[in-house]
Write a protein that binds this ligand. Structure first.
Ligand code: P6P
Length: 339
């Protein structure tokens, strides 16, 4: 369990801004760039939330007809979310490089803006295929301290590195409410709920910790015949009524992850015949969620080893993902990797 100062000094209803300012005070070396970065993330999250909630009215539903690097039809909200987070981050002098699921190449900070001390990775709007059925979607992000020389342009070395070098990670879930969940090494995992009437995020989920175990598993059973036989056999054993499990699968990574973070559970997106290396992205989906779940006392593997020990070798590299309560992740991983 990570050793850190609990956030008990913050009462419910503390604004995210106050939380960031006061936790920064425990870092004398802080330059304020992390707080400034999170201010910009918060602004972009509010803007995307507003647009997502009005998508049906604002004509943002429906495909643009463009195809992104993933070969998926780009939904209009994907484009808006990507542009909104980029614009919020590139002028603030806090980032040296941005990596987005929506863009093939790294996004460099344009002139005349200064580069900052952080590299930012993101899936600006994950689960966008669920938008037109009004299902919950989300933004996932990771934050690395730059390795490249200060003041110059960011470089691939700032992001193609082990996941355990993340400084912070989080997600924004756009559902019945909008919640920003932020994980840092010093203050664990905390959730902030947006009050749209006030335009502020307020601390609502303090010091989130996964229960020791759970009875929910989450994966797409439609691919069962494509799974590795060892996984198929283990899932079949998991369905023994004596184990008391139920299955939940929304098909939106942030929604499935958020439910399991709050209620406990195991999420698996394995390699399949259709996606032999898995479907989810290592750098800006698996790494951030693995960082969050470990800060909350859980675990994340790729079906063989710890996700955060992986080194991202490509910006859009795919990976299998097994994530959730530590005991269930260990049991599933042992089954999937048995000789
Ligand atoms: P499948 C959404 O398209 C997404 O990228 C994740 O949000 C989600 O977990 C996964 O794909 C669902 O994939 O193949 O089960 O529809």
């Amino acid at each position: 369990m990570p050793d850190r100062a609990p956030t008990t000094q913050f009462e419910e209803g503390t604004t995210l801004d106050r939380f960031l300012q006061e936790t920064a005070r425990s870092h004398p070396e802080a330059t304020g760039q992390f707080v400034a970065l999170m201010h910009q993330v918060t602004l972009a999250a509010k803007m995307v939330s507003s647009r997502v909630n009005r998508a049906g009215l604002a004509g943002m539903i429906g495909q643009t007809g463009q195809v992104n690097i993933q070969g998926e039809f780009v939904m209009k909200l994907d484009v808006y979310a990507n542009e909104t987070f980029k614009r919020a981050l590139e002028h603030a002098g806090v980032c040296c490089l941005i990596v987005s699921e929506e863009e093939a190449d790294p996004i460099h900070i344009p002139e005349p803006f200064r580069t900052g001390r952080y590299a930012f990775t993101m899936d600006p709007l994950d689960g966008s295929s669920n938008i037109d059925v009004n299902a919950t979607i989300g933004t996932i992000f990771g934050i690395f301290r730059r390795k490249s020389p200060t003041g110059g342009p960011g470089a691939l070395e700032d992001v193609l590195r082990p996941g355990h070098e993340l400084t912070a990670a989080g997600y924004v879930i756009y559902g019945s409410g909008t919640i920003l969940v932020l994980a840092t090494r010093d203050n664990g995992v905390n959730g902030f709920t947006l009050d749209p009437a006030v335009g502020e995020f307020f601390l609502s989920h303090r010091d989130l910790q996964l229960a020791p175990s759970a009875r929910t598993y989450s994966l797409n059973e439609g691919y069962a015949r494509q799974w590795d036989p060892r996984l198929a056999a283990w899932i079949d054993r998991l369905k023994d009524p004596a184990r008391g499990f139920s299955q939940r699968y929304i098909g939106s990574l942030v929604a499935d992850f958020h439910r399991n973070l709050l209620k406990g559970g195991l999420f698996i997106y394995p390699a399949t015949a259709k996606s032999p290396r898995g479907k989810l992205r290592l750098l800006y989906e698996a790494f951030p969620l693995a960082f969050i779940v470990e800060q909350a006392g859980g675990a994340a593997t790729d079906g063989r080893g710890r996700i955060l020990d992986r080194v991202a070798e490509g910006l859009h590299e795919r990976t299998p993902l097994v994530i959730g309560n530590r005991d269930l992740v260990a049991e599933a991983t042992a089954a999937m990797s048995a000789e």
